[in-house]
Design a protein around this ligand. Structure first.
Ligand code: CA
Length: 219
């Protein structure tokens, strides 16, 4: 599980980010100022730092300077209320990997977090759920030691459900993520793939139909 440090002095935003990330399976710790963040970073390793720029005691820029040597292994996305280009450039020049401007949507933040973690190869290549093991890069699935043959779309669908486990996903969203622009939204196509996935994995009770919404992997 990826561990993320959230450095943000505004409690409402900090809590929002924490809840959002935790619901996507990330483990989070929070620091309300730069000094506290520096203490945390001395004691622990994180997979990613979300860093606000305007902070009490030690601001985001100073903290970036301070943690320079850890930036090789720990990516930083800074959060800024400022939309001026020069602030973004300054942060990126100091070694941040990406930035997000307040106010932002949770979906955007999650996407940026995922992209940066991927770039740093922090995402797990192997996911285990019950007796199912998914090798993300090799795109293979095993039940205990037995290989399960999935079509590419079945695999994508499985990965989407697994990465969003215990969250109800809208049919339209699932369809768009798995089939993208290739096809017009087609309920039957999605339902058929879900049925086959349930059967192949013996996950009839795990992949739930969520009334009027779509599907959810419950684990
Ligand atoms: Ca702030």
């Amino acid at each position: 599980m990826n561990k993320i440090l959230i450095v943000e002095d505004e409690m409402a935003i900090r809590d929002l980010i924490k809840i959002g990330l935790e619901s996507h399976g990330y483990q989070c710790e929070c620091a309300s100022d730069g000094e506290l963040a520096a203490d945390f970073l001395e004691q622990k390793n994180y997979d990613l730092i979300l860093l606000d720029i305007m902070l009490p005691k030690v601001d985001g820029y100073e903290l970036l300077e301070y943690i320079k040597q850890t930036l090789e292994i720990t990516p930083v996305i800074f959060i800024t209320a400022k939309s001026q280009t020069k602030d973004k450039i300054k942060g990126l020049n100091l070694g941040a990997d990406d930035y997000i401007t307040k106010p932002f949507e949770m979906g955007e933040l999650i996407a940026r977090v995922e992209a940066v973690l991927r770039r740093f190869h922090k995402t797990s290549e192997k996911i285990e759920i019950g007796d199912i093991t998914i090798h993300v890069v090799a795109r293979t699935v095993k039940k205990r030691e037995e290989k399960i043959d999935l079509t590419p779309k079945e695999f994508d669908l499985l990965l989407l459900l697994v990465q969003n486990k215990n969250m109800a996903l809208y049919r339209e969203v699932i369809f768009e993520k798995v089939w993208g622009e290739e096809l017009e939204f087609e309920t039957r196509t999605l339902d058929l793939h879900i049925q086959r996935l349930r059967k192949k994995l013996n996950w009839k009770d795990k992949i739930k139909t969520v009334y009027r919404i779509g599907y959810m992997l419950e684990v």
